[in-house]
Design a protein around this ligand. Structure first.
Ligand SMILES: *Cc1c(COP(=O)(O)O)cnc(C)c1O
Length: 227
């Protein structure tokens, strides 16, 4: 499987999905999810000029992205996995966006670290749209007050993120997240993975997070939120 071909195909179908939804072709950006992949595996995507990546674990990201960012300063990396509060300093130092802000204690830790490091990262609030007990994310009913709380702490909250329940039709979850974002005047929606990104774009995704569609199956599969 040729990774460069996969990338081109995926970028083409993202543009097509945008057009079909009556949105500008570039309305949805690709977050290439590189968890479990080595810098060598990522190379064809970097060489193609792609600059937006996603990782789900702080430590793994620390092992590859600082070196690659030194070579390509325009690289942006989003944290898309659960963030333990004790890793907040590392996360604020490394990532350009944290897509998984999901609890007051973490919001406070990010605010503290931003202050201490003199650095600001974009924040997405992760919403547990399926209200699954085992899944991270703020409850839908608490989203509005949590967004206000995060902003009062100085967090740059730019959007919402969700991971719909694996066993359900994702479209209603995407539509629901889009409505929550509209109500809060949040411009970004991170939703849609390899299996369902066209549906997410139709519902207004501005970021889709794709790993398998570009790199193929991960050898040692990890739960989406292993941190
Ligand atoms: C791994 C992961 C993805 C990418 O999943 P694929 O099915 O490989 O496209 C997207 N979002 C999150 C939060 C993930 O952990």
């Amino acid at each position: 499987m040729d990774i460069r071909d996969n990338l081109d195909r995926v970028l083409g179908s993202i543009r097509r999905a945008c057009r079909q939804a009556g949105r500008p072709e570039d309305a949805a950006s690709l977050v290439a999810v590189t968890k479990s992949w080595s810098p060598e595996a990522i190379r064809p995507v970097l060489d193609a000029g792609h600059r937006l990546y996603g990782e789900n674990r702080v430590q793994e990201a620390q092992g590859k992205w600082p070196k690659l960012k030194a070579l390509h300063p325009d690289i942006r990396v989003h944290l898309i996995g659960h963030l333990q509060t004790n890793k907040t300093a590392d996360a604020v130092a490394l990532f350009d966006a944290i897509e998984t802000v999901d609890r007051p204690k973490l919001a406070a830790a990010i605010a503290r670290e931003q202050e201490r490091q003199g650095r600001q990262v974009d924040c997405f609030i992760q919403v547990n749209t399926g209200e699954e007990p085992q899944k991270s994310g703020i409850a839908p009913a608490e989203t509005a007050s949590f967004v206000r709380h995060c902003r009062s702490l100085g967090l740059a909250v730019t959007g919402l993120m969700c991971i719909p329940p694996a066993d359900q039709e994702p479209t209603p979850h995407f539509a629901f997240l889009a409505k929550l974002a509209r109500d809060r005047e949040l411009h970004h929606l991170s939703m849609g993975m390899s299996a369902d990104y066209a549906a997410a774009i139709e519902q207004g995704a501005t970021y889709v997070r794709l790993g398998t569609a570009i790199f193929g199956p991960r050898n040692a599969p990890r739960a989406p939120e292993s941190g």
